[in-house]
Write a protein that binds this ligand. Structure first.
Ligand code: FES
Ligand code: FES
Length: 186
């Protein structure tokens, strides 16, 4: 299987992941991989082109469109999801590398009527304008609060610097994060 993956011109680490995810020959030319993962608590089995990003897997194969595609180059943070509890830019990560992983998207964070503390805080502080960056901001903030950052506004701004808001809602986003931190529900 590793030999099959090596023909894709992928980095060695990716080839190993692809091989581990059961790469198979299709129509004599193309390879697909089968990936088993848990998304928002539900077991999923996806059969995809090994070049499929985690972002495209979520949006195009599972129709979880709450995770947004902004730059698709790891520069804006709109695609942030949690992988085994840690924040990840889904556009930079191949789906095939997530065999057995637990993924949480904005759809799995809270539900209408039972919002996650971070979602409620963004509502309370108007932490958005157009909303395009918001799911990424919220997922990133939830992951960030589990990381060893300090609690000052300056440190939160630094820790969230990978999430760009073109509307400039930064003061409200910061206020929302600090509220969620103080509520202890994040
Ligand atoms: Fe992934 Fe911009 S879409 S970082
Ligand atoms: Fe519009 Fe952030 S609310 S990009």
């Amino acid at each position: 299987m590793a030999g099959a993956a090596s023909g894709l011109g992928l980095p060695l680490s990716t080839q190993a992941a692809v091989a581990g995810a059961a790469a198979q020959l299709v129509d004599g030319h193309e390879y697909q991989v089968t990936v088993h993962l848990k998304v928002n608590g539900h077991a999923q089995t996806l059969r995809v082109d090994p070049r499929t990003s985690l972002l495209d897997g979520l949006r195009e194969h599972l129709q979880l469109t709450g995770t947004k595609k902004g730059c698709d180059h790891g520069q804006c943070g709109a695609c942030t999801v949690l992988v085994n509890g840690r924040r990840v830019n889904a556009c930079l990560s191949l789906l095939a590398m997530h065999e057995g992983d637990e993924i949480t998207t904005i759809e799995g964070l809270g539900q209408p009527g039972k919002l996650h503390a971070m979602q409620q805080a963004f509502l309370d502080h108007d932490g958005y304008q157009c909303g395009y960056c918001t799911s990424g901001q919220i997922m990133s903030a939830v992951g960030m609060l589990k990381e060893p950052w300090g609690a000052t506004d300056a440190e939160v701004r630094e820790a969230m610097s990978g999430n760009i808001c073109r509307c400039g809602a930064y003061p409200n986003i910061l206020a929302a994060i600090q509220q969620a931190r103080k509520s202890g529900g994040a």
